[in-house]
Design a protein around this ligand. Sequence first.
Ligand code: ATP
Length: 325
Amino acid sequence: MNALTFHTLRMLADGEFRSGEAMARVLGVSRASVWNALHALDAHGIEIFKVRGRGYRLAEPLALLAPEKIHTALGPAAARFAVDVLDRADSTNTQLMARAAAGARSGSVLAAEWQTDGRGRRGRAWHALPGAALTFSLLWRFEQGAGFLAGLSLAVGVATMRALAQHQVKGAGLKWPNDVLWQGRKLAGMLIEMQGDMLGPSAAVIGIGLNCRMPALMLDRIDQPAVDLTAATGQVPERNRVLASLLLELERVLGVFAREGFAPFRAEWQSYDVYRDKPVKIALPDGGIVNGTAEGVADNGALLVATKSGQLRFHSGEVSLRLAA
Ligand code: ATP
């Protein structure tokens, strides 16, 4: 999607008809450029209706991210966050890491309507479309060093599950270390990046991508089964409210985590574990594979796997967990 396509989408977000001519005038481009932009929306699976004499409209209106709505949904907690909503960001994690290095305060939040270069672990891409997902990052500062933050990504998974439950998501689960799956399909992913010394203090930038109403075409282009909140709940989510719920649950969990680490969340995390007692394989950084049975997680968030040579522990950094075929 290019910038013009995004601006066209914004103009149509309210679901009202706009003529190609009027859009071209406001955007300062030719009607042909508007037409190309509308075509690009269509190519992303965003449905557009055209009616002769009236113009174009989205098949469904799009509720865009709005700072005042997020503020209202946060209630009294709003003062404890500094929420910034960008139209466009390469990666909210990248941007917030830079702001963290420049001294941004704990509780800073950066959400992007359009994240152009979202990242997963180890350089993998995270896909999103404007209006179709939540892509945001939260900065949290800790007195302890980066070593203390082992297990943080699992605690973030617990917060995410709690928030999703408030939005009628039933039957979701967690895949170690921190994917949210719904009926075996990926609904949300997280990427946590750290700054600071081993001895402290440290800062974590917690990035979350959550599919809200992704066109089927986009979901199909993702190279593993994926799903959105609309399919998981049967209703289109109000993204501003979902974002606020996520922030409130993250705040609660991070407060406890800062004192006690992951241990108090271990039992709850295990109650969401979709691979528990299943045959799994672990892909190691050197290309090796370890086969075994998933046995939950340790107090520090390490994955426990029963193998022929006994129980092994894996830390999330560089390994990938998959179901054995
Ligand atoms: P690991 O188990 O190693 O974490 P992963 O496949 O879950 O593996 P991540 O780095 O967590 O990897 O996430 C990136 C991957 O998520 C991408 O390679 C892609 O397969 C998938 N993905 C990308 N965008 C989306 C999305 N919007 N919804 C669901 N899945 C996505």
